[in-house]
Design a protein around this ligand. Structure first.
Ligand SMILES: C[S@@+](CC[C@H](N)C(=O)[O-])C[C@H]1O[C@@H](n2cnc3c(N)ncnc32)[C@H](O)[C@@H]1O
Length: 218
């Protein structure tokens, strides 16, 4: 197995041992169902520490329209909704055809259901049909991250936020030998080069688990 720039497993254990994990009784049963689906499907759902961070910050970010590229069965949407802010709409997109049924099996509160639009299909297609977004979560195929960020250009205004989950990609993009032969690290490297030199987005990298990049449109 290839050595990465740090002990990834140790970092993961550290981040996953957040001592402040608390979502409140009302939301805990929903989170339990989502955690059950994560295990059942062995699904790479958003990690709890990233979810808690999103929930904490959403109160300040106050997005009205949220778009997710890669929603699975709704685990990340849970964190947006549990912040209890004035979200008008969350557009969920998921390529896989088997996950909508799992999404529907969750006991979402009615007030959340009203805000969630689940689109089974390609996020690029759904994006082309909608207007303005206040916050986008990019959490689909790594190779498409930059392409999706570029596609957001016409759907975002100054102040819009983009969250890119797992943007560190285990540090693989830092290793030239890996980048030379593997497509995903190569694409992630291109993404970071674009972000670093972009005059359209101001960016912040948060070293939680496998990295969360936060971009704000200038
Ligand atoms: C990391 S998982 C998403 C996790 C999800 N945000 C959550 O927290 O549960 C990535 C998902 O994105 C989906 N996906 C990848 N590319 C996509 C695209 N272009 N449009 C819609 N879904 C996509 C994959 O099928 C996969 O289920």
């Amino acid at each position: 197995m290839r050595e990465y720039p740090f002990d990834y497993q140790k970092l993961f254990q550290f981040a996953a041992s957040d001592p402040y994990q608390e979502v409140g009784d009302a939301n805990q049963s929903i989170l339990n169902q989502l955690e059950g689906l994560r295990s059942e499907l062995n699904f790479p759902a958003i990690q709890t520490d990233i979810g808690l961070f999103i929930k904490f910050m959403l109160v300040y970010w106050k997005p009205k329209v949220i778009f997710e590229m890669g929603s699975g069965y709704g685990h990340s949407a849970f964190w947006f909704l549990s912040a209890n802010t004035n979200i008008e709409k969350i557009i969920l997109t998921e390529k896989r055809s088997d996950l909508k049924q799992k999404f529907m099996s969750v006991n979402w509160p009615a007030r959340w259901q009203d805000k969630m639009e689940y689109h089974q299909g390609d996020a690029f297609d759904t994006l082309s049909e909608i207007g303005n977004i206040d916050l986008a979560l990019i959490d689909g195929v790594k190779g498409d991250y930059l392409k999706f960020l570029l596609a957001l250009k016409n759907h975002t205004q100054s102040g819009a936020l983009v969250l890119i989950d797992n943007s560190y990609w285990r540090g693989s993009f830092l290793d030239d030998e890996v980048v030379a032969i593997k497509k995903s690290p190569q694409k992630i490297k291109e993404l970071h080069e674009y972000i670093a030199h972009s005059s359209e987005w101001e960016s912040l990298f948060i070293p939680f688990v496998d990295g969360l990049s936060i971009l704000r449109k200038i």
